[in-house]
Design a protein around this ligand. Structure first.
Ligand SMILES: C[S@@+](CC[C@H](N)C(=O)[O-])C[C@H]1O[C@@H](n2cnc3c(N)ncnc32)[C@H](O)[C@@H]1O
Length: 460
């Protein structure tokens, strides 16, 4: 945005907007009205996205961005509040870009997310599940077990910031706590700021990567220049006091090394007690962000597949085996799970986890699933059931191939309702009916929608 326009907007008084509905990412949607005295007549009908406003509310909002077809505004005052409005759980809500929906009751957030999924299903292929599953709910406020925290030394203030970016900005938010990050770390943001501020290398540390496991906690410090002995000792003393694992990352992924116990494995752990399985992972591995929800989600996925002992299951985009090992437990030693994943490192982790749990009926294979995999021996086999949990981009390339596996049931776990719906639209004409779907509270207070869908084979 040009400087002059920005200055003009800064001087402009807030305008009144009536909120009709929410956009898919959770912003209020309003329009300039010809009937509103403080709206310029020339703008009548133009769409305005109003942050922090809820459906049915009337708010005073300041326009912060003007585009050709729409404008963006921030709520400054709520004139008529929704009964679903609530007090944010975090003092930094509104400034910190980590959360966008804390002003809305959690029940309403999850109902909204189900609506978003339903609209996407409608939009792509006019689909509607035969049954909506009750949403899986999270009860913890401090649910996040992973975070990449930016670090910035602000010379003018002689301070170090540690946290997430400000909303719509590349600057870090000035936060002292994070209420959605596990409290062991979330309540220690100020302590982390003080720690880094006291280091010689405070200007050359751009990032901290946090992982909270069971029972371990790790902090990985990315640094652009070698750390002095004094700095290493200070970081180590901080971690040892708290019992945290300390990792350093001086360069790329391969440079990550453990400092608190250099000879010890670079591993943290989590368990899924319902399946009596335990997983080891390294601080940079993908793990589900909300452990309470993950436990519910894996149980639900396994239930939906309705497996019998001795059956064969294919787990695509399997990561370190989060679903594969529970599936292997469920089908028993006569059954088999084939788990496929793009990252060789995660395939090694999955194999290691199978051994850790003495599971011999699960095999992990590395394969980029966006590429032709029809020549792979596992791809020529048949399966009774199939689980798929792709990244945000979905699994368009895989969808056309899925019917060849002959699975009776397919469970699709998704972190992007648009790609889930698109892929469901591909699967429907290939003989798989969308039977059940539901949303999950994996990312409370954010616009992210985690969902699950069950497809059943109609054609034989
Ligand atoms: C949403 S994660 C799910 C991981 C696992 N199911 C879990 O619950 O922890 C998606 C996984 O897909 C993998 N992946 C991403 N792109 C891929 C590709 N093109 N081919 C195969 N796997 C891919 C990632 O490495 C990651 O492990």
């Amino acid at each position: 945005m040009r400087r002059k326009q920005r200055e003009r907007l800064r001087e402009q008084a807030p305008l009144t907007f009536v909120i009709d509905r929410l956009s898919h990412e959770g912003r209020g949607v309003s329009h300039y009205s010809a009937d509103d005295a403080d709206h310029p007549a020339a703008k009548a009908g133009k769409k305005v996205f109003v942050s922090f406003a809820l459906p049915g509310e009337t708010v005073k909002a300041k326009v912060v961005e003007v585009m050709g077809k729409y404008e963006e505004a921030d709520t400054k005052e709520v004139l008529v509040a929704s009964p679903e409005r609530t007090d944010p759980v975090c003092p930094h809500f509104g400034v910190c870009g980590g959360c966008s929906l804390q002003h809305w009751q959690a029940d309403a957030q999850i109902a909204f997310k189900q609506g978003v999924l339903a609209q996407h299903f409608q939009h792509f292929g006019g689909l509607e599940p035969q049954e909506w599953l009750p949403p899986l709910r999270s009860t913890r406020t401090d649910y996040r077990r992973r975070a990449r925290l930016g670090v910035k030394y602000v010379q003018k203030k002689g301070e170090v910031l540690v946290g997430f970016r400000e909303r719509n900005s590349s600057y870090l938010a000035d936060i002292r706590v994070c209420k959605v990050l596990n409290a062991e770390v979330g309540e220690r943001i100020q302590a982390l700021r003080d720690l880094i501020a006291g280091l010689d290398s405070r200007e050359t540390i751009p990032q901290l990567e946090i992982a909270i496991a069971d029972p371990e906690i790790s902090i990985m410090v990315r640094h652009l220049q070698p750390l002095s002995e004094r700095d290493q000792a200070a970081l180590l003393a901080f971690c040892q006091t708290l019992g945290w694992q300390l990792y350093l990352q001086p360069a790329g992924y391969d440079s990550v090394h453990r400092v608190d116990a250099p000879e010890a494995p670079m591993r943290l752990h989590y368990s899924l007690p319902a399946f009596d399985v335990r997983f080891g992972f390294s601080p940079l591995d993908f793990t589900q962000v909300n452990q309470e929800l993950n436990e519910q989600m894996v149980s639900l996925a396994v239930d939906l597949l309705d497996l019998n002992p001795g059956e064969r299951v294919l787990d695509l985009f399997c990561g370190l085996g989060n679903f594969s090992l529970p599936l292997a437990r469920t089908v028993g030693s006569q059954g088999q799970v084939v788990a496929v994943e793009g990252s060789e490192e995660m395939v090694r982790r999955g194999t290691e986890n199978a051994t850790l749990n003495a599971l011999e009926n699960v095999q992990f294979y590395a394969q980029d699933l966006t590429k032709d995999f029809s020549g792979q021996p596992w791809a020529k086999e048949g399966f009774d059931a199939l689980l798929i949990d792709p990244p945000r981009s979905g699994a368009e390339e895989v969808m056309h191939y899925l019917p060849r596996f002959g699975a009776r049931r397919i469970v699709y776990v998704s972190c992007n309702p648009a790609t889930l719906a698109r892929d469901a639209g591909i699967l429907a004409p290939l003989g798989y009916r969308l039977v059940k779907a539901g949303v999950m509270d994996m990312f409370t207070h954010t616009g992210h929608v985690e969902s699950i869908a069950l497809f059943e084979r109609t054609a034989v």
